[in-house]
Write a protein that binds this ligand. Structure first.
Ligand code: GBH
Length: 464
């Protein structure tokens, strides 16, 4: 279902940002160094049965000790931007109080290395590593966590704002709230749908309060953003019942964040659909005004579309209140090693929707990529033709969206390095750079060379 194969290169607008992305817990390791406190992912991954193979992020890709080498790799690839996350428990080990100099120093050095290499640092403040003490005090379902986040944002931006001018508050609050507190497959592993809805609101509030703090701490030209994993939801058929299933998943997967942040309102249908779980009285007067503080761009993470029909699915589920109304329909066709379908049209659909719904908002594809089983030839070169094809198809979809008038400013491949893939541990590899986790040796995959060519030409090269 994709456009006919274009044999020539697809040119992108001048200044298009070609980035790579990572997250602190997935690559840094050094979990007990320089005063870093425990996060909910340390606790979760060390709990037997939660993560594939008992893997943890204790060592991960050892990026904390190999950061200059990893930046040198990106310089070699010629990327313009690097999206990384800051580990909150390196800055405030308990989620409160003064910032640790050693923690800030690591990210200062990272930013300096990037700037020296001509790469723009794009810092995400929260990619899921909540300080454990804040979870013990109630976690995201508790309102105070949003206040703590705004303080963390302020101290971090004050320390790094001279070097880092592009900031993202949260990565994928949907995952933090619904995989973490409703389905329980991510930290902290709770299965309480009502708590997950509270978490979603407090993540929105955290985003808004942090945006306010960032504006106060940063120069007026700083770029402030939020990254959402928006769902490209499609109905199985055009029936009214299937369209209602789409509406429900769109509310719980997309509008629960888009409407408060961009329109200062809660979706009425979401409130109605979840009435059996909560009355939403945790939303206080003024909250929606805080949450809708203007942002400079929206980050979208896209992997695969979602097809739904009227029906039901079992608990625990990440979809509070939708269990008796929605059935998830597996898409046929090729799949990645995650068993996620490959369908670049979903990315096009999302970008065109945002073109229409959020005119004037710059868009960034802050994550896109695929896990595949790579293979090394006798010379040790790592080949990943399926990843190259995946990236090609999705960048072609971005190109089509640009031609259709979507204001897409950049694309960040997930991920620079093979890393700790959350509940899947080290079993799934998303990197364009292979990591041998025994030796910590990095090897460019074919996809890295292909992506470097795209960045160099500012165009997507044809597949051969
Ligand atoms: C991102 O989350 C994370 O930000 C990143 O840290 C992570 O490593 C990366 O993706 C890869 O997983 O079953 O076909 O409906 C991704 C969130 C939510 C995307 C579940 C895929 C299911 C696809 N994911 N979703 S499907």
């Amino acid at each position: 279902a994709s456009a006919p194969q274009d044999r020539s290169a697809l040119g992108f607008p001048a200044g298009f940002r070609w980035g790579t992305a990572t997250a602190a817990y997935q690559i840094e390791g050094a979990a007990r160094e320089d005063g870093r406190g425990p996060s909910i992912w340390d606790t979760f991954s060390r709990t037997p049965g939660k993560v594939h193979n008992g893997d943890t992020g204790d060592i991960a890709a050892d990026h904390y000790h190999r950061m200059p080498q990893d930046v040198a790799l990106m310089k070699k690839l010629g990327v313009t931007d690097y999206r990384f996350s800051i580990a909150w428990p390196r800055i405030q080990p308990t989620g409160r109080g003064p910032a640790l100099t050693k923690g800030l120093d690591f990210y200062r050095r990272l930013a300096d290395e990037l700037l020296d290499a001509g790469i723009r640092p794009v810092a995400t403040l929260y990619h899921w590593d909540l300080p454990q003490e804040l979870e013990d005090a109630g976690g995201w379902p508790r309102r105070e966590t949003a206040d703590r986040f705004a303080e963390y944002a302020a101290v971090t931006a004050e320390a790094l704002g001279d070097r880092v001018t592009t900031w993202t508050t949260l990565n994928e609050p949907w995952c933090a709230a619904f995989l973490g507190y409703a389905e329980g497959v991510h930290a902290p592993g709770r299965t309480d749908p009502a708590a997950a809805l509270r978490a979603a609101h407090h993540l929105n509030l955290a985003h808004g309060s942090a945006t306010r703090a960032l504006r106060a701490a940063l120069s007026p030209s700083a770029e402030i953003s939020l990254t959402l994993n928006l769902h490209a939801v499609r109905p199985l058929t055009g029936s009214e019942a299937d369209l209602d299933a789409v509406r429900r998943i769109d509310a719980l997967g997309n509008r629960v964040f888009l409407d408060p942040v961009f329109h200062g309102r809660l979706p009425d249908d979401l409130v109605a659909d979840t009435a059996g779980l909560t009355d939403w009285s945790f939303v206080r007067d003024g909250d929606l005004g805080v949450i809708s503080a203007p942002v400079d761009s929206l980050g979208i993470n896209y992997y695969a579309p979602t097809v739904v029909a009227a029906g039901s699915h079992e608990a625990p589920s990440p979809w509070p209140g939708a269990g008796r109304h929605v059935r998830f329909v597996p898409l046929s066709g090729p799949r990645t090693a995650m068993d996620w379908p490959v369908d670049a049209d979903g990315l096009f659909e999302l970008l065109v929707r945002l073109r229409d719904e959020l005119p004037g908002t710059a868009l960034l594809v802050t994550e896109n990529g695929a896990a595949y089983d790579d293979y090394a030839d006798p010379e040790g070169d790592v080949h990943d033709p399926q990843r190259v094809a995946y990236l090609h198809a999705h960048l072609a979809a971005v190109h089509r969206a640009l031609a259709a008038g979507a204001d897409v400013r950049g694309y960040f491949v997930w991920s620079l390095l093979d890393n700790f893939e959350w509940a899947y541990g080290y079993g799934k590899r998303f990197g364009i750079v292979h990591v041998d986790f025994a030796s910590q040796r990095r090897t460019l995959k074919d996809s890295a060379r292909w992506y470097a060519e795209a960045a160099a030409r500012n165009a997507v090269p044809p597949l051969d």
